[in-house]
Design a protein around this ligand. Structure first.
Ligand SMILES: Cc1cc2nc3c(=O)[nH]c(=O)nc-3n(C[C@H](O)[C@H](O)[C@H](O)COP(=O)(O)OP(=O)(O)OC[C@H]3O[C@@H](n4cnc5c(N)ncnc54)[C@H](O)[C@@H]3O)c2cc1C
Ligand code: SF4
Ligand code: SF4
Length: 1022
C-alpha cells in the first residue's frame, strides 16, 4: 500500500482564510469566492467524498493564476486545479484554493493543419473543441462519456480514455505538449525531449532529475507497470521505458508532457495543451449483439476484437431496464434489442471506405452466428440511430445512479482492467464477491480494452465503508492474479491513491514521491492525491458519512416517491414514504444529484439555460442541488429557507430541462416551488410577486377596465415608475388587457358528450383569445364536438375562469395553487370519467395537469386527469396516428415555418407532435429552431433584475434564428411568453410576430382558403 495517512489533510493558510481572500482579491481580476455556500458547491465532485475547499478562484486569465500561485506560495496554501469537476475518484476535492478555469479560460488558440495539432486553454470542453475542429475535417478522438462537460485540462489531468481507445489510445497517447506553471512560479513547456534544450536552467535540472529517476527504476518499471493500454494509476513513469500496448510516441522518443498527463493536478497547473488531432471518421456502422448471458458477452469480446472494430461496449440487463424507464432513452434502447437479452455489446466499425465498414458488420454477423448465436445482431447503419444509442451508452453510469434509496452504486473498483481472455471469469468471480457481501453490481464496459465498469451498491451512511474495503481487497487480488490494472480509466484521487503502492510497489511509490518533489517541492499542488494519500474509507471525508442527517421539514409537495430504501440483491424498493427522510422524500430527491456535471452541457437541449449564460456553478442544476443538499442537512445553518439557497435558485427559470435531461432525474423546477413555499412563509413576498401570483384573481377586474390596467403602456414615465414600485422592468412591454376575453365571448358550454374539452388558461383567455377561437375552429373543422371547460356548478367561485394555478406555484403559494388545481380537477372529472380528451393550448398551463397536479395530494382524480390531458398538437397528432383525423388543410402563402418549442413542451416530448401537425399543411416545410429557453420563462424575463440575463438567453440561439429567417417564414411558438420574447427581442430590427400552432392550422383550413382567417372571432358554443 501507499502508506495512507490516517487523518484527512486539512490546511490553514498562514494569516487565516480572511487574509488570503483579501490578498487574492487585490491580486486577481477574477472572482474570489470564500463564502460558505460557494465553498460547499466546490466541496464535491462525482465521487463519494466531500471536503470543504479553503476558497475558490475563477481566474479570468493566466495572469490571475500566476498571481494566485504567488499569494498561495507566500501563505503556504495548497492549490487545486479544476475543470468540470466530473472526476469520480475525488481528484477535485480537497482543502485547498480551488482554481476553476472552466468559466473564462476556454479558448481554442491555434490549429496547425500541417502538424495536425490544436492548441487550447484548459477550460475548453471536448464537445466544444470537436465542434470547432469539424470544419477542418478532424477531431480530438479521446471520446470520454462526459464529452459534453469534460474540459481538456481535466481530461489531461486524469489521463482520460474514451470508448474508442482501442483505436486511438488514451489522453497520454494524444497530448503533444503542455505549457505549465509550477507552484514555485516557473513557467515551462513540456513536450518532445528533443525540444527541451532551450528550457530554463530550473526546467533543464527538473528534466534531468526525472530522466535519472526513470533510468534508475528501469527494472522496477518493467516489473511493476501493467502492460495494458488502460492503466491510469500513479505517474506515467514508464514514459522512459514504455509498457503500454500502444506506443506513447510514433518514434518511441520521450515526451515530458506525458508525465503531466494523469498527474491529477499534483505536479503543475496546465496553462495550455497542444493536442494531436485525427481525421474525422468518414463511415461508421454499428452492430448490436444481443447475448443471453453476461458471461457469454464477455467471453465473446476477445473474438470480436479480432475483427478490428473501433469500439466494443457492454450494456447489461440492469442498465437496459433503467434506460427503458427514461422516456427519452426508451425508444432508442428498444430499437437495439432482439428478444430479452441479458447483455448487449455495441460493436462499431469505422473506415474511410464505406464498403470496408459495412464488411466489418457482415463479418460480425457471421462471427456471432459461428459462435452459436444466429440472428442476434441488430444492424444500425443509420448515423442518427447510432448517435442516439451511443448517447444512451454514454449516459450509462448516470442512468445507473438514478436508483432511489440510500444504497447507491459506488465507484472504487469501477474501472479495473484485465486482459481480454480473463474478462468473463473476472465478471463471474467479482459477482460472487458482491454476493458474499450482500450486494450486487451493475456492469457496463469498454469491453474492447478489458475495462469493466462495475459499481456495487453500498450505503455509505451505514455499513458501506466496511464493505467497500473488503470488496476492494478481494477484487484487487483477482486483478493481480490476471496481471490487470486496478485503475484503468478514472485515476487515483482520494479513493485509489492508497492503492498506488499496492499496484506499483514501494520502490516505484518512492520514485513517485521524488517526482512530486521535483516538480512541487513545497507540496502545494493538490496534496493527498497519488502520493501521500489518505485512506479510501476515511469516513470523515464522505459526502454521506455515517450519522448524516437532514433537518425536519414539512413539505408542501408530495415527495414520498423518493422516500424509499432499496434492497440491492432483490432489486426492490420499499413503499413510498418509508425511507426515513426527515424531509419526507425532498431530501432524498435532492440527493439524487451525483455531481456528474452533465447539466454543464452546451448543446441546444434544454438543460440548463441559466448556466449557459452565466457559466457559474451557483447557477447550474448541480450547484442548485448541492446548495439545497447543504441547506437541508444543516450545513448552511439552521434555517432551510436561507439566502444562499434563494440566490442559487433565483436564476432557475423553471424550464424543466433538468427534469428531462438530468440522467438521475433531478427536477429543479419542482424543487424551486418547494423552496419558494418555505421562503415566502418565512420572508413574505414582494409586491411584484404577489401581483403576478394573484393574476387569476385580478384578471377579471383588469379585463373589466382594460384602459386602466393598460395605463402603464400608455402614459409616459409610467414604466419607470412601476419598475420602482413593482420591480417589473421598464424595458419590457406587458401583455395588453382586453375586454373581449374568450370566455366572455363564448356561450356557456352545455355539450356533455363532447369528444374534446377545451381547457382555456388565464393567459389565452385574457391576452390572446384569438388562439382559443382558432383552437375551436380547428377542432370543429376536424369534426369534433367541443366543450369549453368552465368551473363546476358547485364551485364557490363559479363565475371565475378555471386556472391551473401556475402563477401561484411560481411564487411558492402552493395552497392557493392547490385550490386552483382542485377547481380544475372537479370541473373536468366528469369529462375524464367518460373518456373525453382535455385539450389545452399553453404548454406551461396544460402540462401542469400532468406534472405538478400529481404531487399536490389531489388523489386518484388528478392521476386520471393527467392521463387524458393533451396539448392540442398532441391531441391532433394522436388522432392522426390513429387514422381518425380529417382536417381539411390547404397550402399557405408561406412555404416555410420555424418552430420554437416551449421548454415544457420539450421536457414532455411535445415538440414532435407540433412538428407533425404543422407538416400536415400541404407545401409547408417546418424546421425546429435549435433553441433552449427563450429567457422569458413566465415572469422571469419581466423582472428588472433578470432582464439582461433573459435577453442573453434569447440571444443564444432563438433570436438570431428568427432574425436570420426571411419575412415570408412563419415563426411558430406555442408559449405565450416565448411569443412575447420574440416580439420584444426583434422589435429594434422590425418586430416579428410568432403564432401558436393552432393559429397556423386555422389559417390553413380549407374554408379559409389558406389565408388569414376572416372570422377569428367565431362564437364558441357548446
Ligand atoms: C458519468 C461519468 C462518466 C465518465 N466517463 C468517463 C469516460 O468515459 N472516460 C474517462 O476517462 N473518464 C470518465 N469519467 C471521469 C471524468 O469525467 C473524466 O476524467 C473527465 O475527463 C474529467 O474532466 P473534468 O473537466 O471534469 O476534470 P476535473 O474533474 O475538473 O479534473 C480532473 C483532474 O485534472 C486536474 N486538472 C484539471 N485542470 C487542470 C489544470 N489546468 N492543470 C492541472 N491539473 C488540472 C484536476 O485537479 C483533477 O485532478 C466519467 C465521469 C462521470 C461522472
Ligand atoms: S443535476 Fe443531474 S445532470 Fe446535473 S450534476 Fe446533478 S445529476 Fe448530473
Ligand atoms: S429547471 Fe431549467 S433553469 Fe432550472 S435548473 Fe433545471 S434546467 Fe436549469
Amino acid at each position: 500500500m501507499n502508506a495512507p495517512i490516517p487523518q484527512p489533510l486539512l490546511f490553514h493558510p498562514r494569516g487565516g482564510n480572511g487574509d488570503l481572500a483579501a490578498k487574492l482579491r487585490r491580486a486577481v481580476a477574477g472572482a474570489v469566492l470564500f463564502d460558505v455556500a460557494s465553498r460547499g458547491r466546490y466541496a464535491t465532485d462525482a465521487s463519494i467524498y466531500q471536503v470543504d475547499p479553503i476558497g475558490v478562484l475563477i481566474p479570468t486569465s493566466d495572469d490571475d493564476v500566476r498571481a494566485a500561485l504567488d499569494v498561495c506560495r507566500d501563505s503556504k496554501t495548497p492549490v487545486l486545479p479544476r475543470g468540470a469537476g466530473s472526476s469520480q475518484c475525488g481528484q477535485t476535492v480537497g482543502s485547498a484554493l480551488v482554481i476553476d478555469h472552466s468559466k473564462h479560460l476556454n479558448r481554442v488558440l491555434e490549429f496547425d493543419a500541417d502538424a495536425q495539432t490544436v492548441t487550447v486553454e484548459p477550460g475548453v470542453v471536448l464537445d466544444q473543441l470537436n465542434a470547432w475542429l469539424k470544419p477542418h475535417g478532424v477531431w480530438f478522438p479521446v471520446d470520454v462519456s462526459t464529452s459534453a462537460q469534460a474540459t481538456l485540462g481535466g481530461m489531461a489531468g486524469n489521463n482520460s480514455c474514451g470508448s474508442r481507445s482501442i483505436a486511438y489510445g488514451n489522453m497520454v497517447h494524444n497530448v503533444h505538449a503542455i505549457d505549465a506553471l509550477l507552484s514555485d512560479g516557473t513557467e515551462a513547456r513540456f513536450g518532445p525531449a528533443a525540444a527541451s534544450s532551450s528550457a530554463s536552467p530550473r526546467v533543464r535540472e527538473l528534466l534531468a532529475r526525472l530522466r535519472a529517476i526513470g533510468e534508475r527504476e528501469r527494472h522496477e518499471i518493467e516489473q511493476r507497470v501493467p502492460k495494458l493500454l488502460r492503466r491510469v494509476g500513479g505517474y506515467n513513469i514508464d514514459v522512459f521505458h514504455p509498457q503500454s500496448e500502444r506506443p506513447y510516441t510514433a518514434d518511441g522518443s520521450i515526451n515530458y508532457a506525458h508525465l503531466l498527463v494523469g498527474s491529477e493536478g499534483t505536479l503543475a497547473w496546465t496553462r495550455r495543451l497542444t493536442l494531436n488531432v485525427a481525421p474525422l471518421p468518414r463511415h461508421r456502422t454499428l452492430g448490436v449483439v444481443n447475448f443471453p448471458t453476461l458471461h457469454r458477452a464477455m467471453d465473446c469480446a476477445r473474438h470480436i476484437v479480432a475483427l478490428t472494430p473501433s469500439a466494443v461496449e457492454l450494456v447489461d440487463r440492469t442498465m437496459i431496464d433503467l434506460a427503458r424507464g427514461n422516456p427519452a432513452f426508451r425508444p432508442v434502447i428498444d430499437g437495439a434489442l432482439s428478444g430479452e437479452p441479458e447483455a448487449i455489446l455495441l460493436v462499431e466499425f469505422t473506415h474511410e471506405d464505406p464498403a470496408v465498414s459495412a464488411r466489418g458488420l457482415d463479418d460480425l454477423v457471421a462471427l456471432i452466428a459461428d459462435l452459436g448465436l444466429p440472428d442476434r445482431v441488430v444492424r444500425m447503419p443509420n448515423a442518427a440511430a447510432q448517435k442516439a444509442l451511443w448517447d444512451v451508452r454514454k449516459a450509462g453510469l448516470n442512468i445507473m445512479m438514478s436508483m432511489r434509496g440510500d444504497g447507491k452504486p459506488v465507484s472504487f473498483i469501477e474501472d479495473c482492467a484485465v486482459p481480454l481472455e480473463h474478462l468473463a471469469d473476472y465478471v463471474d468471480r467479482l459477482t460472487n464477491v458482491f454476493r458474499r457481501h450482500g450486494t450486487r453490481g451493475t456492469w457496463y464496459a469498454h469491453a474492447s480494452v478489458g475495462t469493466l465498469h462495475v459499481r456495487p451498491i453500498l450505503d455509505m451512511r451505514r455499513d458501506g465503508a466496511v464493505k467497500m474495503r473488503a470488496i476492494a481487497e478481494e477484487a484487487s487480488a483477482i486483478v493481480r492474479e490476471y496481471k490487470g490494472a486496478f485503475s484503468g480509466e478514472h485515476g487515483d484521487g482520494l479513493v485509489r491513491s492508497e492503492w498506488v503502492g499496492w499496484q506499483f510497489g514501494p520502490r516505484l511509490t518512492r520514485a513517485f514521491e521524488e517526482i512530486k518533489d521535483a516538480f512541487d517541492p513545497a507540496g502545494l499542488m493538490n496534496p493527498g492525491k497519488i502520493v501521500h494519500p489518505t485512506r479510501m474509507d476515511e469516513a470523515s471525508l464522505f459526502r454521506f458519512r455515517p450519522g448524516y442527517t437532514t433537518l425536519p421539514l414539512e413539505t408542501a409537495l408530495d415527495w414520498s416517491a423518493f422516500d424509499v430504501q432499496n434492497d440491492p440483491v432483490a432489486a426492490t424498493l420499499t413503499a413510498p414514504g418509508t425511507g426515513g427522510d426527515t424531509a419526507h422524500g425532498f431530501g432524498k430527491a435532492v440527493e439524487m444529484c451525483n455531481n456528474n456535471g452533465h447539466c454543464r452541457k452546451f448543446d441546444a437541449g434544454t438543460m440548463c439555460p441559466s448556466y449557459r449564460v452565466t457559466r457559474d456553478e451557483e447557477h447550474l442544476t448541480r450547484g442548485r442541488a448541492n446548495t439545497l443538499r447543504l441547506a437541508l442537512s444543516g450545513q448552511l445553518g439552521a434555517d432551510f429557507a436561507s439566502e444562499p439557497v434563494r440566490a442559487a435558485l433565483a436564476m432557475c427559470v423553471s424550464c424543466k430541462g433538468c427534469r428531462r435531461d438530468c440522467p438521475t432525474g433531478v427536477d429543479m423546477a419542482k424543487m424551486k416551488i418547494e423552496f419558494q413555499y418555505h421562503w415566502q412563509r418565512a420572508h413574505g413576498l414582494p409586491l411584484k410577486d404577489r401581483l403576478i401570483a394573484h393574476l387569476p384573481r385580478l384578471a377579471p377586474w383588469a379585463a373589466a377596465v382594460p384602459w386602466l390596467a393598460n395605463l402603464r403602456e400608455a402614459l409616459p414615465g409610467m414604466k419607470r415608475l412601476t419598475e420602482r414600485w413593482t420591480g417589473l422592468s421598464a424595458r419590457r412591454s406587458l401583455p395588453r388587457w382586453r375586454r373581449d376575453t374568450f370566455l366572455r365571448q363564448s356561450a356557456p358550454a352545455t355539450d356533455a358528450c363532447a369528444d374534446a374539452v377545451l381547457f382555456i388558461d388565464t393567459f389565452t383567455n385574457y391576452f390572446e383569445p384569438e388562439n382559443a377561437h382558432a383552437a375551436l375552429a380547428v377542432l370543429r373543422a376536424a369534426g369534433y364536438r367541443v366543450h369549453v371547460a368552465r368551473a363546476a356548478a358547485g364551485d364557490a367561485e363559479s363565475n371565475r375562469p378555471l386556472c391551473c394555478g401556475r402563477t401561484y406555484l411560481t411564487a411558492g403559494l402552493v395552497d392557493d395553487a392547490k385550490r386552483e388545481a382542485q377547481r380544475v380537477v372537479a370541473a373536468l372529472a366528469p369529462h375524464v370519467a367518460r373518456g373525453a380528451a382535455i385539450v389545452g393550448l399553453e404548454p406551461a398551463c396544460l402540462l401542469s395537469l400532468r406534472d405538478e397536479f400529481l404531487v399536490m395530494g389531489l388523489g386518484e382524480a388528478a392521476a386520471k386527469l393527467a392521463d387524458r390531458a393533451f396539448l392540442i398538437e398532441e391531441f391532433l397528432a394522436r388522432e392522426h396516428a390513429a387514422g381518425r383525423l380529417r382536417l381539411p388543410l390547404s397550402p399557405l402563402p408561406q412555404a416555410h415555418a420555424l418552430l420554437h418549442g416551449h421548454c415544457h413542451q420539450k421536457a414532455f416530448d411535445a415538440v414532435s407532435p407540433a412538428l407533425a401537425v404543422l407538416s400536415m399543411i400541404p407545401g409547408l416545410t417546418v424546421e425546429p429552431i435549435e433553441s433552449s429557453c427563450c429567457g422569458m420563462a413566465g415572469s422571469f424575463g419581466y423582472e428588472a433584475e433578470h432582464y439582461d440575463v433573459s435577453m442573453r438567453m434569447a440571444e443564444l440561439s432563438l433570436l438570431p434564428a428568427v432574425r436570420g429567417s426571411g419575412a415570408d417564414t412563419l415563426i411558430v411558438a406555442d408559449g405565450t411568453s416565448c411569443r412575447h420574447q420574440i416580439r420584444d427581442g426583434t422589435r429594434p430590427t422590425g418586430a416579428r410576430e410568432a403564432l401558436h400552432v393552432v393559429r397556423v392550422l386555422e389559417r390553413a383550413l380549407t374554408a379559409n382558403g389558406g389565408s388569414e382567417p376572416t372570422s377569428g372571432r367565431a362564437k364558441a358554443g357548446a
